[in-house]
Design a protein around this ligand. Structure first.
Ligand code: ATP
Ligand code: MG
Length: 444
């Protein structure tokens, strides 16, 4: 085929898109009750928003779509994640000065990373995420995890667990980094090229390596928990107590460092244990960041956030047999018996639509049989039949599919009649004799 979507990207077509709509609607409901507001930032930013200083993360070093237009010295990057853009925006619009901090923000949208495509890993994928910026309190770490956790639980997902760790404050992390440097000093020559770079830039990243994960040096690696100062220990303890209080089960994973360089204190991943997820088992992940607002030249303020891959969420739901949204059925189909009544039929359809009925009509002058096949396929509940007689008299014939009940009424009464049919349908009422049900809906 000559024209195809680029590798690692996909079209989301009707039939599939309803799942996305359902999830997005649910996302908005959850964020609404947790009092998070939506933020939309540009899909590309100046490269330095993402590429900060000596960042050692794979995402920044290997996965960014960075471009520069001809005759321009400006380097731009398609966003690989949202946190940086959100914090940039928080500072640019001085949201740090708002009387009601923290700023509680959420986003839903596409991200771009140049990765090797595989199941659950694409080059354009979508994230739902939250950022809570401006107040540092372990209760907020808990609240933000609770939002994501209760959202995925509301979908009925079961094979999930929260992995959590702390990276401590700067002092603790620096002490740990030194310990890691010392530990890997004699092993780094035999480790992968990325780890050699990480060793110089940020040895913490080595713990996140997928290549060297099982090597000898990794097994005897020093543990973060032995380098935490008192303050960092106390902070982590409060986060865990909060999770306990809200009944959110977790496992402490003291090798968890997460892929991004800006994390401090709490880091977490929520993973699905369903086998179908393969290596791409993390549904959402995030952590606290203490230095990012300052990096963007705002005040010293802390934030916490996470991001959830929507494609992965859908895979996880499907692996557990959970049905998300499905294509909507038709309420009414306007059926035409002659080409001459097309405009009359369109007027009737327009009235139905104006009253909130999902409605379709025929634009191809198809046979009655062909039109009835569409009625079947689209599962219309009612057909509105229009022939030359109806058009001449200003009437329509309404037929309810479930019991073939049929009635001709004036066009002006069509909505009242259809309202009545739908109300009866909802109430499981019908015109059948008790004990002699022909509609199939009667609960005898
Ligand atoms: P991984 O270790 O799987 O590469 P990551 O650490 O790069 O994940 P984050 O940057 O924390 O992931 O992104 C948060 C979430 O976004 C992930 O948990 C995942 O659900 C989703 N995600 C990340 N990259 C991709 C991708 N290329 N395709 C689909 N979903 C992705
Ligand atoms: Mg990644």
């Amino acid at each position: 085929m000559k024209y195809q979507v680029p590798r690692g990207t996909q079209d989301i077509l009707p039939g599939e898109v309803e799942k996305w709509q359902m999830l997005e609607e649910r996302i908005r409901q959850f964020c609404h009750v947790y009092d998070y507001d939506e933020i939309r930032t540009p899909i590309f930013e100046h490269t330095n928003v993402f590429k900060r200083g000596n960042d050692a993360s794979d995402m920044v070093n290997k996965e960014m779509y960075t471009f520069q237009l001809e005759n321009s010295s400006t380097s731009l990057t398609l966003r690989p994640e949202m946190t940086a853009g959100v914090v940039r925006s928080f500072v640019e619009h001085k949201l740090f000065g708002e009387p009601d901090l923290p700023a509680k923000l959420y986003y839903v949208g596409p991200m771009c990373r140049h990765e090797r495509p595989q199941k659950g890993r694409q080059r354009i994928f979508h994230q739902f995420g939250v950022e809570v910026i401006g107040v540092k309190n372990p209760l907020l770490d808990v609240e933000c995890i609770a939002l994501g956790w209760s959202f995925i639980n509301s979908l009925g997902l079961k094979d999930l667990k929260v992995l959590i760790n702390t990276l401590g404050d700067d002092e603790s992390r620096n002490a740990y980094r030194e310990a890691l440097k010392e530990h890997f000093k004699d092993h780094i020559d035999s480790m992968c090229g990325d780890c050699k770079r990480r060793y110089e830039q940020n040895p913490l990243r080595i713990l996140d390596c997928k290549v060297d994960r099982d090597c000898e040096a990794m097994k005897s690696v020093p543990r973060m928990k032995d380098y935490l100062n008192e303050e960092s220990q106390a902070y982590f303890k409060q986060v865990l107590e909060g999770l306990d209080a809200l009944g959110i089960p977790y496992e402490i994973d003291d090798t968890l460092v997460r892929g991004l360089d800006y994390y401090t204190h709490t880091v977490f991943e929520v993973v699905s244990e369903n086998k179908e997820m393969g290596a791409q088992s993390t549904v959402f992940a995030g952590g606290r960041y203490d230095g990012l607002v300052e990096y963007f030249e705002g005040p010293q303020m802390s934030g916490i956030g996470w991001a959830m891959g929507i494609e992965r969420l859908i895979i996880a739901c499907e692996a557990e047999g959970i049905t998300l949204g499905e294509k909507a059925e038709l309420d009414a189909y306007v059926l035409t018996l002659s080409a001459d009544v097309g405009l009359y039929a369109l007027s009737a359809a327009t009235m139905l639509r104006a009253n909130g009925y999902r409605c379709e009509c025929d634009y191809q002058n198809r046979s009655l049989k062909a039109q009835y096949r569409t009625v079947d396929r689209k599962k219309a509940k009612v057909v509105v039949i229009i022939g030359e007689d109806e058009a001449a008299q200003g009437s329509v014939t309404i037929k309810r599919i479930s019991d073939k009940l049929q009635k001709t009424v004036a066009l002006d009464d069509m909505i009242t009649e259809i309202d009545r049919l739908f109300e009866a349908e909802e109430a499981h009422e019908c015109n059948c004799e008790p004990g002699n049900c022909t509609c199939g809906k009667h609960h005898e």
